[in-house]
Design a protein around this ligand. Structure first.
Ligand SMILES: *Cc1c(COP(=O)(O)O)cnc(C)c1O
Length: 422
């Protein structure tokens, strides 16, 4: 499905289709049922807007929300979101008291257990914690040999009324490469850790280890909850499999318009370093997006679609702009007829994809979407309002964020949109 055309057009827009997010959450919920989905909306919802995507995910059945930082969790609470939220990456300067007061669940794996308890003691409110075991990723889980003692400390605090152990969790290292044996090993260690905790008397609500690739490739890793980030934004975590093959719909389309267009002779150098020179007389078009907008500087060759045709970026990507070579002369009318035409860097079916940009940048789709910067306006559309949604899905209420311009009038009957100023 292609993205609707928002009106009025933003100069630079990341168009987010909330119906695609709901579709993806429903689809993944079905895949992992009876386990539930935690919608991961860290990093501003992977660039899609944390609050907007969290609301869409909850509407589609996500039971939990997940973020890295406490500050990200507090932003969800401030927006009025009341579902359980887990935050799992803390420093010694983290606002544990604020988190406890806002009923935010906290992942803990070492020193942070005592810090959380100190804040709970001050507030006289028990903290909700999820104990994290390192099953092989080598980041912040509790090492296996310290696990039993760690669980014992948490239970002692629980006896004192200072916390409640809500969950036990871990995180996969190579689930995006399903043939690798390390995932089996991680699962074995996770089951052992859960057994140790339960034998010690932990009466947890949820066990969770799977991310998107784990949820899709390992039914034996679903447990009670899966933490879904990339999949809910409609992208594939697997190198050899597309979104469509996984039943997912990309939720973001990145667009702008041609800022300037001109005919040039053979031998014209293009952009800093003059690493590209035209081989023959041609027409160049200037795209007003650059690395400060989140287009990787190394992504020369990345695809830009104009009028259904795709052209690679030539020369260097600069801070604010980049150039495509239209490879033609004497184009319909004059070059200025191209100025103002829409360009699509990535979008839906028949358009270049986030994966194409990841390939051009030698990176992964996660990085491309999460780095689209605040200079690019987020524009929300909802294709379900045009009759695309299953009957059980009420159209989402779209509102501009506080301080944002008023929502633009709907382009066509049945298509709603909202704009968030960045
Ligand atoms: C980011 C993150 C996820 C989500 O991973 P995806 O592959 O995007 O689904 C899950 N769990 C943790 C701990 C994370 O940091």
């Amino acid at each position: 499905m292609n993205f609707p055309e928002p009106r009025p057009r933003a100069e630079r827009a990341a168009v987010i289709d909330l119906a695609a997010i709901r579709h993806n959450v429903r689809h993944l919920s079905h895949v992992v049922s009876p386990a539930r989905v935690m919608a991961v909306v860290k990093a501003d919802g992977y660039g899609h807007g944390a609050v907007e995507t969290a609301r869409a995910a909850v509407e589609a059945g996500a039971a939990w929300l997940g973020v890295a930082h406490i500050s990200e969790a507090l932003a969800l609470r401030k927006a009025g979101i009341t579902e359980p939220v887990l935050a799992w990456l803390h420093t010694r300067d983290a606002e544990f008291g604020e988190a406890i007061r806002a009923n935010v669940d906290l992942g803990v794996s070492g020193w942070d257990l005592d810090a959380v308890v100190a804040a709970a003691r001050d507030l006289e409110i028990p903290a909700r914690v999820h104990l994290k075991i390192d099953t092989g990723l080598g980041r912040n889980g509790c090492p296996e040999d310290l696990w039993e003692a760690f669980v014992g400390r948490a239970l002692a605090y629980q006896e004192e009324g200072l916390l409640r152990v809500v969950g036990i969790f871990s995180h996969f290292a190579v689930a995006d490469e399903p043939h690798r044996p390390e995932t089996d090993e991680q699962l074995r260690k996770f089951r052992d850790a859960v057994a140790v905790a339960e034998d010690a008397g932990v009466d947890r609500e949820v066990r969770h280890i799977a991310n998107t690739p784990g949820a899709l490739s390992r039914p034996d890793a679903h447990f009670d909850l899966v933490r879904i980030g990339l999949g809910m934004y409609g992208l594939s975590p697997f190198a050899g499999q597309s979104s469509a093959e996984l039943g997912l719909r990309p939720a973001m389309s990145l667009r702008s318009t041609i800022a300037a267009c001109k005919e040039v002779p053979a031998g014209q150098g293009v952009s800093y370093g003059l690493h590209y020179r035209t081989k023959e007389p041609t027409t160049l078009a200037l795209i007003p997006l650059g690395y400060a907008d989140g287009i990787p500087r190394v992504a020369t060759g990345g695809p830009v679609q104009v009028d259904g045709q795709t052209y690679p970026v030539v020369g260097r990507v600069a801070m604010d702009q980049m150039v495509i070579d239209l490879h033609r002369t004497g184009i319909a009318g004059t070059p200025d007829s191209f100025e103002g035409r829409e360009v699509v860097l990535f979008g839906g079916e028949g358009q270049p994809s986030v994966d194409d940009w990841a390939a051009a940048a030698g990176s992964i789709n996660y990085e491309i979407i999460s780095r689209i910067s605040g200079r690019v306006q987020r524009v929300y559309v909802d294709t379900a309002a045009a009759g695309d949604a299953p009957a059980e899905a009420p159209p989402i209420a779209l509102e501009a964020a506080p301080g944002a311009p008023a929502p633009a009038p709907a382009a066509e009957a049945g298509q709603e949109q909202a704009v968030r100023a960045q």
